[in-house]
Structure formats: structure tokens, C-alpha cells
Design a protein around this ligand. Structure first.
Ligand SMILES: [Zn+2]
Length: 251
């Protein structure tokens, strides 16, 4: 299937989606052109779901960065917390940058079904994100107990609590899994910004890229719908959004 045909399927739900590969290529060019930084000066951390599909479809060129430091757990929530953030912040080259790509993921099949994807060697589609779908299923059945967070299923329980707080918004939505993913994105974005405010970075820039990561079928690849693209100049702590500039260069 042509790229424009694949993008048309994904953009029915996420109008600004681009392929993950184009996103990484464009970002590397952008950092070189605008920040005068080559990838070997950039410490990359991601906060994305542990799902094996995210490893299988990981863009090869992202290996040009230092890292990745893996902050995420189920559905991309930054479960490594403040200790994780402080760890890679102390590993960055002095004249370089810290780059964090974060967000939940969601499947969209080539037939346009959202919340599912087709994995290699399987005859049927499976849930994606499985954790988000599991939490949503419990929400629909009123099985999430307020403040119940167990040790044995800690990450899942945290996701359940996040969506429980926005129960009406999710259940009133035409596409509950889409809305639940938006809710989880907002919780991740809020937590990343909170962790950032509590961390010192001894380098030139901090780059925050918040997105919904979209896993299509194994023969369709991954896509990203960017929601935040901020560059923080650590010399004076000024923050600039470059999302429009970044996306305008990609078809
Ligand atoms: Zn997942």
C-alpha cells in the first residue's frame, strides 16, 4: 500500500499523523539545522508502552542518538519516575541536549479499526494498547475500585485510576478507546512536565515531544500524532513551541 493510502487510514482518527520514520528523520535534520546539534550530542529517552510491537517497529535511525533511556511502562506512563528522569539527565553531554519522546499508543488496523492491530504470525487482530483496552473494559463493568493500587499489578492499577477520574468523559464519547487514550496522554504530559520541573539538566537544551504513537498492522508500520514539540533553552529557561514549524515540513 502506498504511503499516502496508509496515511489516509490513520489520519481519519489523527489528522496530523506522520510516519514514525519521517518524524525521526525530520527531527534529526531539525536539531542539526536549528540547534546545531548532531544526534551523538543528544541523550534520548522514551516513555512509550512496553508492548513488543514498539520494539519491533522502533525506527533504526533513532539509534543515532545516545540512549534510549526507557522511562515508560504500560501505555507509556513514566513509571521510572523522578529517579529515572534524574538518571539520564546526569548522563547527557555538557554541550548537548536531552530529548524526551512520550505518550500512549493505540492500534489502527489497515481496515480502519481503532484499538486493534494485526501482529506477525497471528490469524486475528489483538488489542492495542492491551492495557488501555483492559482498563476500559473494567471501567465499563464498574470494576475499578477507587484508590486500589496493588503491588502485583501496580502499573495497570495506575492506568485504571487515571481513566476512572475521567469516567463520564470517556463513556460519553463516541469512541471510548480514543478518548481513554487522550485522557492517558494528558496524564503522561502532566507527569513529564512535573518531573522536568524537579530535575536539573546540565546541558544546552531540553526537547519535549509529546504524541500518540500509532501502531498499525505489522505490514503498515508505526505513525505518530504530535501534540507537543517544545524546545527549552536551559541558559535562560525559555520555552518555545516548534510543532507547526516541525510538521509543516512533512507531507
Ligand atoms: Zn500498550
Amino acid at each position: 500500500m502506498l504511503k499516502k493510502e496508509r496515511l489516509a487510514i490513520i489520519r481519519k482518527y489523527y489528522p496530523n499523523a506522520i510516519t514514525l520514520i519521517d518524524s525521526v528523520n525530520r527531527a534529526i535534520d531539525y536539531y542539526e539545522e536549528v540547534l546545531q546539534l548532531e544526534p551523538s550530542k543528544i541523550m534520548f529517552a522514551d516513555s512509550v508502552c512496553s508492548d513488543d510491537m514498539n520494539s519491533i517497529q522502533y525506527p533504526t535511525r533513532a539509534q543515532d542518538f545516545l540512549g534510549p533511556f526507557k522511562m515508560g511502562g504500560l501505555n507509556g506512563f513514566p513509571f521510572t519516575g523522578l529517579t529515572g528522569m534524574k538518571a539520564f539527565a546526569s548522563h547527557v553531554p555538557d554541550d548537548g541536549a536531552v530529548l524526551i519522546y512520550y505518550g500512549p499508543h493505540i492500534g489502527i488496523t489497515k481496515n480502519g479499526i481503532i484499538g486493534e492491530t494485526h501482529r506477525i504470525g497471528q490469524s486475528k487482530n489483538s488489542n492495542c494498547c492491551g492495557a488501555a483496552k483492559g482498563a476500559l473494559s473494567k471501567l465499563l463493568k464498574n470494576e475499578i475500585i477507587e484508590q486500589e493500587v496493588t503491588e502485583i499489578d501496580y502499573q495497570m492499577n495506575v492506568l485504571e485510576q487515571i481513566i476512572l477520574k475521567q469516567k463520564a468523559r470517556i463513556l460519553d464519547s463516541e469512541l471510548p478507546i480514543y478518548e481513554a487514550t487522550e485522557v492517558i496522554y494528558e496524564a503522561i504530559d502532566q507527569r513529564i512536565n512535573e518531573l522536568v520541573s524537579l530535575t536539573n539538566y546540565n546541558c544546552r537544551y531540553l526537547i519535549l515531544v509529546g504524541a500518540v504513537l500509532i501502531n498499525s498492522d505489522s505490514d503498515m508500520g508505526s505513525y505518530t500524532s504530535t501534540k507537543r514539540f517544545d524546545i527549552i533553552n536551559l541558559a535562560d529557561n525559555s520555552r518555545k513551541s516548534v510543532i507547526d514549524e516541525f510538521l509543516s515540513a512533512i507531507k
